[in-house]
Unconditional design. Structure first.
Length: 138
């Protein structure tokens, strides 16, 4: 678990990315990255990525072969879900410069209102393995 807080109150600090790597299992044993958008009264655009196959080129064995990423808001409602990033939002994801390196990986572009969110990384078809979930503020 990694937590990052800015308690200075100066308003000049800004976190642009958070990521976590872990063993993606089935059921409740998925990898999550929670984040809070405190964008004042405005919304913020984010990219959420779920990587697996790309990790093998960095020496990670047992990488998740087919990641799925799901973005959920503070009310438990699914904002967006994606299996293969080119299946939906391909142009929008490419335009961010944060497109996953592998077509089997997942990504979402979403505009989120202020609030709490959870990015959930799971395996398509119940697959398991080591995966990486990332959230980028655009």
């Amino acid at each position: 678990m990694v937590e990052v807080y800015d308690i200075s109150g100066g308003g000049l600090s800004e976190l642009a990315n958070v990521s976590t790597r872990g063993l993606v299992g089935t059921g409740q044993n998925v990898v999550i990255a929670g984040f809070i958008n405190s964008g004042g009264s405005g919304s913020t655009q984010v990219v959420v990525r779920g990587l697996g196959p790309t990790l093998t080129q960095f020496g990670v064995s047992g990488a998740l072969a087919d990641p799925v990423v799901t973005l959920v808001n503070q009310n438990g409602n699914v904002v967006e879900t994606n299996n293969n990033w080119k299946d939906t939002q391909q142009a929008a994801i490419s335009a961010t410069g944060q497109a996953p390196p592998n077509d089997q990986e997942a990504a979402i572009v979403a505009t989120v209102a202020p609030g709490n969110y959870t990015a959930i990384l799971s395996g398509n078809g119940g697959r398991t393995g080591i995966g990486l979930v990332e959230v980028y503020k655009l």
